[in-house]
Design a protein around this ligand. Structure first.
Ligand code: NAP
Ligand code: ZN
Length: 376
């Protein structure tokens, strides 16, 4: 279950010619609202610090929570000043490095893991920076990558192996380490049955694909017949409707009565979560990294303890999961990319994602020209 970009414009990696300019094009918004608030404008190229690198952006993912809800002003924790530039998960070419950086050089093709931790608190020092109370996400707590250039800490970039295009790299940069962390925290072993709720979503499709790549038997869910068909084409063992009355019975039948050893549920929808836990095996682990459909769910504690089950919250990825993910990319792992839009059409990409028709990741591509404004 992996695939290269199909219905998509794939940009070349930007080449580095001379110094970066002082101003750049970016998609900004000055007020919260519908997608039409996203407008192309000229802004200053970010200033560099000694530990930073400057990236010429080639491709940037569109995220449901980080982008759509932030733009609408309904994000549960993002607090930022307007005007703001969205865009977390991205890939591009290094065009300048700070005086203290010796891990990457100008011209390197990199994917940016857009999460910055303090590196000094107990969680960071314990190898769990995703629990850092100072955690910041690019495009949420600081300017993002719907722009020609981003300034990012050098520790957040990963070299992209040869043969990987910028859209694929962008589709892996954040969600890849998140998916890997979910499966690592759940103790995935080859042969496990893994149930992924919302397996057509950008993150869910990646987790399902990675679980399969790592040897699991995957049950993916979608309410939509077309997406279930696509999931089967991509190699899941079974594609089910999570809202059907006999959903739990179907999972039990597929798994020989045992249930799924791992359930990934990033939706947080009460009735679906209930079925997730009813379909979880004894000694199984349920993982949540998202709750955009509400997140207030019930819990049958008697069932949980008597079946020796665990529920694990995975906020994001970390350096260890990123290293492991990129090693799997070198082994042939690829994300599911739905389609691309030119970054100047970011508003259309937001409308497309709001309609929930995507099967996998939607990515914005940056043109090589200086002027991003759509043709008028
Ligand atoms: N922690 C992290 O680092 C991280 C990173 C990325 C995403 N996330 C989380 O992962 C979740 C999915 O995000 P995404 O960007 O991958 O989503 P997405 O691509 O926009 O997909 C949306 C998903 O939601 C499902 N859905 C929509 N409305 C629904 C409803 N009323 N009932 C049941 N299912 C419904 C869709 O299922 P159908 O196929 O049935 O339409 C689809 O699977 C979100 O909660 C997000 O916050 C977390
Ligand atoms: Zn910290």
């Amino acid at each position: 279950m992996s695939e290269q970009v199909t219905d998509a414009e794939v940009p070349a990696w930007p080449s580095v010619v001379g110094a970066a300019p002082d101003v750049m094009q970016a998609v900004v918004f000055r007020e919260f609202g519908d997608p039409s608030v996203l407008q192309t404008d000229e802004v200053a190229v970010p200033a560099m610090g000694a530990a930073d690198v400057l990236i010429r952006v080639a491709a940037v993912s569109v995220g449901r929570l980080l982008d759509l809800t932030a733009r609408a002003g309904t994000h549960p924790y993002a607090r930022f000043q307007l005007p703001h530039i969205l865009g977390a998960e991205h890939a591009g070419t290094v065009v300048a490095v700070g005086s203290g950086v010796d891990t990457v050089t100008v011209g390197d093709r990199v994917a940016v893991f857009p999460v910055v931790s303090c590196a000094a608190c107990a969680a960071c020092l314990d190898g769990c920076p995703e629990a850092c109370p100072e955690l910041e996400i690019m495009g949420v707590h600081r300017p993002g990558a719907y722009a020609q250039y981003t300034r990012v800490p050098a520790v957040t970039v990963h070299a992209v192996p040869d043969g990987i295009d910028p859209v694929t790299a962008a589709g892996l940069a954040l969600a890849g380490p998140v998916a890997q962390n979910q499966l690592t925290q759940a103790g995935l072993r080859p042969g496990d049955w893994v149930l992924v709720q919302g397996a057509a979503s950008a993150l869910g499709s990646l987790t399902a694909a990675l679980a399969r790549h790592l040897g699991a038997r995957v049950i993916g869910t979608s309410r939509c017949d077309r997406k279930r068909q696509r999931l089967l084409e991509l190699g899941v063992a079974a594609a089910l409707d999570p809202t059907s009355d006999d959903f739990v019975d179907q999972v039990l039948e597929l798994t020989g009565g045992a249930g799924a050893r791992i359930v990934i549920d990033d939706l947080g929808e009460e009735a679906i979560w209930d079925r997730s836990l009813a379909a979880l095996a004894t000694r199984g682990t349920a993982v949540s990294s998202g709750a955009f459909l509400g997140g207030k769910v019930g819990l049958d504690l008697l069932r949980l303890y008597s079946r020796c089950q665990q529920i694990v919250g995975v906020r994001t990825g970390n350096p260890a999961s990123a290293r492991r993910l990129w090693a799997e990319v070198a082994n042939g792992f690829r994300p599911v990319i739905d389609r691309t839009f030119p970054v100047a059409r970011a508003a259309d990409a937001h409308r497309y994602l709001e309609a929930s028709t995507n099967m996998g990741r939607v990515v914005l591509t940056a043109g090589s020209g200086h002027d991003w404004r759509p043709d008028r």
